[in-house]
Design a binder for this molecule. Structure first.
Ligand SMILES: Nc1ncnc2c1ncn2[C@@H]1O[C@H](COP(=O)(O)OP(=O)(O)O)[C@@H](O)[C@H]1O
Ligand SMILES: [Mg+2]
Length: 252
Protein backbone atom coordinates (compact mmCIF):
# COMPACT_ATOMS: atom_id res chain seq x y z
CA UNK A 1 0.00 0.00 0.00
CA UNK A 2 1.27 3.47 -0.79
CA UNK A 3 1.89 5.81 2.11
CA UNK A 4 -0.58 8.68 2.51
CA UNK A 5 0.36 11.97 0.90
CA UNK A 6 2.38 14.42 2.92
CA UNK A 7 1.23 17.29 0.72
CA UNK A 8 -1.84 17.31 -1.47
CA UNK A 9 -3.26 20.03 -3.68
CA UNK A 10 -6.62 19.87 -5.42
CA UNK A 11 -7.58 22.26 -8.19
CA UNK A 12 -5.09 24.82 -6.95
CA UNK A 13 -5.40 27.96 -9.05
CA UNK A 14 -3.88 31.44 -9.11
CA UNK A 15 -4.32 33.97 -11.84
CA UNK A 16 -2.90 37.42 -12.41
CA UNK A 17 -5.48 39.13 -14.58
CA UNK A 18 -5.83 36.99 -17.69
CA UNK A 19 -2.77 34.94 -16.93
CA UNK A 20 -3.24 31.63 -15.10
CA UNK A 21 0.10 31.25 -13.31
CA UNK A 22 -1.10 28.06 -11.60
CA UNK A 23 -4.04 26.41 -13.25
CA UNK A 24 -6.05 23.70 -11.45
CA UNK A 25 -3.04 21.82 -10.14
CA UNK A 26 -3.64 18.43 -8.47
CA UNK A 27 -0.44 17.22 -6.90
CA UNK A 28 0.30 14.70 -4.16
CA UNK A 29 3.76 14.35 -2.65
CA UNK A 30 4.48 11.33 -0.47
CA UNK A 31 6.94 11.12 2.41
CA UNK A 32 10.48 10.56 1.15
CA UNK A 33 9.49 11.10 -2.45
CA UNK A 34 12.27 13.44 -3.60
CA UNK A 35 10.64 15.43 -6.36
CA UNK A 36 11.88 17.93 -8.91
CA UNK A 37 9.43 20.38 -10.42
CA UNK A 38 10.83 21.45 -13.76
CA UNK A 39 9.59 23.72 -16.49
CA UNK A 40 10.62 26.84 -18.39
CA UNK A 41 10.63 30.32 -16.92
CA UNK A 42 7.11 31.48 -16.19
CA UNK A 43 5.72 27.94 -15.96
CA UNK A 44 4.31 28.64 -12.50
CA UNK A 45 6.80 26.79 -10.28
CA UNK A 46 7.48 29.65 -7.85
CA UNK A 47 3.81 30.59 -7.68
CA UNK A 48 2.94 26.98 -6.84
CA UNK A 49 5.41 27.08 -3.93
CA UNK A 50 4.02 30.44 -2.81
CA UNK A 51 0.48 29.07 -2.78
CA UNK A 52 1.40 25.92 -0.90
CA UNK A 53 3.34 27.80 1.78
CA UNK A 54 0.56 30.42 1.97
CA UNK A 55 2.72 33.33 0.95
CA UNK A 56 0.12 33.89 -1.69
CA UNK A 57 -3.61 33.36 -1.49
CA UNK A 58 -5.07 30.88 -3.96
CA UNK A 59 -8.06 31.90 -6.05
CA UNK A 60 -9.39 28.37 -6.05
CA UNK A 61 -8.53 24.94 -4.78
CA UNK A 62 -7.37 23.30 -1.58
CA UNK A 63 -4.06 22.38 0.04
CA UNK A 64 -3.64 19.64 2.63
CA UNK A 65 -0.51 18.95 4.62
CA UNK A 66 -0.16 15.88 6.82
CA UNK A 67 -3.89 15.36 6.52
CA UNK A 68 -4.81 18.87 7.66
CA UNK A 69 -6.44 21.44 5.40
CA UNK A 70 -4.04 24.40 5.32
CA UNK A 71 -5.75 26.35 2.54
CA UNK A 72 -6.41 29.30 4.84
CA UNK A 73 -3.69 28.74 7.44
CA UNK A 74 -1.13 31.47 8.14
CA UNK A 75 2.36 31.07 6.65
CA UNK A 76 3.69 30.86 10.19
CA UNK A 77 1.32 28.05 11.16
CA UNK A 78 2.26 26.15 8.00
CA UNK A 79 5.96 26.48 8.83
CA UNK A 80 5.32 25.31 12.38
CA UNK A 81 3.61 22.22 11.02
CA UNK A 82 6.83 21.38 9.20
CA UNK A 83 6.30 22.76 5.72
CA UNK A 84 9.19 25.08 4.95
CA UNK A 85 10.35 26.95 1.89
CA UNK A 86 13.95 27.91 1.25
CA UNK A 87 14.92 31.04 3.05
CA UNK A 88 15.17 33.93 0.65
CA UNK A 89 18.46 35.80 0.47
CA UNK A 90 16.92 38.56 2.59
CA UNK A 91 16.40 36.07 5.43
CA UNK A 92 20.14 35.63 5.82
CA UNK A 93 21.46 38.31 8.14
CA UNK A 94 24.14 39.84 5.91
CA UNK A 95 26.33 41.24 8.67
CA UNK A 96 26.37 38.01 10.67
CA UNK A 97 28.77 35.17 9.99
CA UNK A 98 27.72 31.85 8.47
CA UNK A 99 27.97 30.27 11.91
CA UNK A 100 25.87 32.95 13.55
CA UNK A 101 23.20 32.68 10.87
CA UNK A 102 22.97 28.92 11.31
CA UNK A 103 22.75 29.34 15.07
CA UNK A 104 19.85 31.76 14.62
CA UNK A 105 17.95 29.11 12.67
CA UNK A 106 18.80 26.36 15.15
CA UNK A 107 17.54 28.53 18.01
CA UNK A 108 14.40 29.41 16.07
CA UNK A 109 13.70 25.70 15.66
CA UNK A 110 14.09 24.99 19.34
CA UNK A 111 12.22 28.14 20.34
CA UNK A 112 15.01 29.32 22.59
CA UNK A 113 16.09 32.60 21.15
CA UNK A 114 16.62 34.16 24.56
CA UNK A 115 20.19 33.12 25.19
CA UNK A 116 20.14 34.25 28.81
CA UNK A 117 17.43 31.72 29.71
CA UNK A 118 19.25 28.89 28.01
CA UNK A 119 20.92 26.24 30.06
CA UNK A 120 24.52 25.48 29.22
CA UNK A 121 23.52 22.01 28.11
CA UNK A 122 21.00 23.36 25.61
CA UNK A 123 23.52 25.89 24.39
CA UNK A 124 26.05 23.12 23.85
CA UNK A 125 23.49 21.09 21.87
CA UNK A 126 22.68 24.08 19.68
CA UNK A 127 26.35 24.73 18.97
CA UNK A 128 26.90 21.06 18.12
CA UNK A 129 24.02 21.19 15.69
CA UNK A 130 25.59 24.25 14.04
CA UNK A 131 28.91 22.39 13.70
CA UNK A 132 27.11 19.42 12.13
CA UNK A 133 25.42 21.71 9.61
CA UNK A 134 28.74 23.37 8.79
CA UNK A 135 30.22 19.95 8.04
CA UNK A 136 27.25 18.62 6.12
CA UNK A 137 27.04 21.72 3.96
CA UNK A 138 30.79 21.99 3.51
CA UNK A 139 30.79 25.47 5.04
CA UNK A 140 33.52 24.99 7.63
CA UNK A 141 36.04 27.19 5.84
CA UNK A 142 33.52 30.02 5.73
CA UNK A 143 32.15 29.60 9.25
CA UNK A 144 33.36 33.00 10.41
CA UNK A 145 32.84 34.91 7.19
CA UNK A 146 30.04 37.49 7.13
CA UNK A 147 27.28 36.39 4.79
CA UNK A 148 27.43 39.54 2.67
CA UNK A 149 31.02 38.66 1.78
CA UNK A 150 30.18 35.18 0.51
CA UNK A 151 30.03 34.12 -3.11
CA UNK A 152 26.45 33.79 -4.30
CA UNK A 153 26.50 29.99 -4.41
CA UNK A 154 27.92 29.71 -0.93
CA UNK A 155 25.24 32.00 0.42
CA UNK A 156 22.62 29.75 -1.17
CA UNK A 157 24.15 26.86 0.78
CA UNK A 158 23.77 28.86 3.99
CA UNK A 159 20.10 29.36 3.15
CA UNK A 160 19.67 25.64 2.58
CA UNK A 161 21.41 25.04 5.91
CA UNK A 162 19.10 27.44 7.71
CA UNK A 163 16.08 25.70 6.22
CA UNK A 164 17.41 22.29 7.23
CA UNK A 165 18.10 23.55 10.74
CA UNK A 166 14.34 23.93 11.14
CA UNK A 167 14.09 20.15 10.58
CA UNK A 168 11.05 20.41 8.33
CA UNK A 169 8.99 17.41 7.25
CA UNK A 170 8.78 18.88 3.78
CA UNK A 171 11.30 21.33 2.37
CA UNK A 172 10.54 23.23 -0.82
CA UNK A 173 13.65 24.55 -2.52
CA UNK A 174 13.08 27.09 -5.26
CA UNK A 175 15.97 26.78 -7.72
CA UNK A 176 18.56 25.99 -5.07
CA UNK A 177 21.34 26.03 -7.66
CA UNK A 178 20.45 29.37 -9.26
CA UNK A 179 23.50 31.55 -9.87
CA UNK A 180 25.99 28.73 -9.28
CA UNK A 181 28.68 27.48 -11.61
CA UNK A 182 28.27 24.04 -13.20
CA UNK A 183 30.45 22.06 -10.80
CA UNK A 184 28.98 23.78 -7.78
CA UNK A 185 25.47 23.03 -9.03
CA UNK A 186 26.28 19.36 -9.31
CA UNK A 187 27.86 19.34 -5.86
CA UNK A 188 24.84 21.07 -4.35
CA UNK A 189 22.44 18.60 -5.91
CA UNK A 190 24.55 15.70 -4.64
CA UNK A 191 24.55 17.24 -1.19
CA UNK A 192 20.78 17.61 -1.24
CA UNK A 193 20.47 14.07 -2.48
CA UNK A 194 22.53 12.86 0.47
CA UNK A 195 20.39 14.82 2.89
CA UNK A 196 17.24 13.37 1.38
CA UNK A 197 18.65 9.84 1.66
CA UNK A 198 19.23 10.29 5.35
CA UNK A 199 15.50 10.74 5.65
CA UNK A 200 13.51 12.92 7.94
CA UNK A 201 12.99 15.70 5.45
CA UNK A 202 11.23 15.19 2.15
CA UNK A 203 12.60 17.46 -0.57
CA UNK A 204 10.79 19.10 -3.45
CA UNK A 205 12.87 21.42 -5.59
CA UNK A 206 12.40 23.44 -8.72
CA UNK A 207 15.02 23.43 -11.41
CA UNK A 208 15.12 24.46 -15.03
CA UNK A 209 17.87 22.05 -16.06
CA UNK A 210 16.38 18.56 -16.34
CA UNK A 211 19.83 16.91 -16.65
CA UNK A 212 20.76 18.12 -13.21
CA UNK A 213 17.90 16.32 -11.49
CA UNK A 214 17.91 13.07 -13.47
CA UNK A 215 20.00 11.16 -10.92
CA UNK A 216 18.63 12.98 -7.96
CA UNK A 217 14.85 12.99 -8.14
CA UNK A 218 12.70 9.92 -7.74
CA UNK A 219 9.94 11.79 -9.43
CA UNK A 220 9.81 14.64 -11.91
CA UNK A 221 6.80 16.90 -12.34
CA UNK A 222 6.84 19.05 -15.47
CA UNK A 223 4.96 22.33 -15.42
CA UNK A 224 4.05 24.39 -18.43
CA UNK A 225 1.79 27.44 -18.51
CA UNK A 226 0.50 26.84 -15.01
CA UNK A 227 -0.44 23.21 -15.49
CA UNK A 228 1.25 19.84 -14.96
CA UNK A 229 1.97 18.34 -18.36
CA UNK A 230 3.95 15.31 -17.23
CA UNK A 231 4.57 13.50 -13.97
CA UNK A 232 6.62 10.36 -13.50
CA UNK A 233 10.00 8.79 -12.87
CA UNK A 234 12.99 10.46 -14.54
CA UNK A 235 13.01 7.62 -17.08
CA UNK A 236 9.34 8.09 -17.88
CA UNK A 237 9.83 11.81 -18.27
CA UNK A 238 12.62 11.55 -20.81
CA UNK A 239 10.39 9.26 -22.80
CA UNK A 240 7.57 11.71 -22.76
CA UNK A 241 7.04 13.14 -26.20
CA UNK A 242 4.96 16.05 -25.03
CA UNK A 243 7.71 17.14 -22.73
CA UNK A 244 10.27 16.96 -25.49
CA UNK A 245 8.16 19.22 -27.64
CA UNK A 246 7.00 21.64 -24.99
CA UNK A 247 10.04 21.84 -22.85
CA UNK A 248 13.17 20.09 -24.00
CA UNK A 249 12.90 21.48 -27.51
CA UNK A 250 13.99 18.10 -28.81
CA UNK A 251 12.73 17.28 -32.30
CA UNK A 252 13.45 13.53 -32.18
N1 LIG B 1 3.03 38.79 -8.48
C1 LIG B 1 2.81 38.57 -9.78
N2 LIG B 1 2.06 39.44 -10.51
C2 LIG B 1 1.81 39.22 -11.82
N3 LIG B 1 2.25 38.16 -12.50
C3 LIG B 1 3.00 37.26 -11.84
C4 LIG B 1 3.33 37.42 -10.46
N4 LIG B 1 4.08 36.37 -10.06
C5 LIG B 1 4.24 35.58 -11.15
N5 LIG B 1 3.58 36.11 -12.22
C6 LIG B 1 3.49 35.53 -13.55
O1 LIG B 1 3.02 34.21 -13.40
C7 LIG B 1 3.68 33.32 -14.28
C8 LIG B 1 4.36 32.22 -13.49
O2 LIG B 1 5.46 32.78 -12.80
P1 LIG B 1 6.37 31.94 -11.81
O3 LIG B 1 5.52 31.19 -10.87
O4 LIG B 1 7.37 32.86 -11.26
O5 LIG B 1 7.06 30.91 -12.83
P2 LIG B 1 8.41 30.08 -12.70
O6 LIG B 1 8.79 30.08 -11.26
O7 LIG B 1 8.07 28.73 -13.22
O8 LIG B 1 9.41 30.78 -13.55
C9 LIG B 1 4.66 34.16 -15.09
O9 LIG B 1 4.05 34.50 -16.30
C10 LIG B 1 4.84 35.38 -14.22
O10 LIG B 1 5.16 36.51 -14.99
MG1 LIG C 1 10.58 30.62 -10.37
Amino acid sequence: MRSPALLETAGLTKHFGELYAVDAVDLAIREGETTAVIGPNGAGKTTLFNLVTRRMRADRGRVRFRGTDITTATPHAVARMGLVRTFQVSSVFPGLSVQQNLLTAVLARTGRSGVSTQSLERERESLERVQELLVRLDLRDDANVACDELAHGTRRRVEVGMSLALEPRLLLLDEPTAGMGTSERQATVELLSELARRGGTTLVLTEHDVDLVMNFARRIVVMHQGGIIADGTPEEIVEDIEVRRAYLGDSR
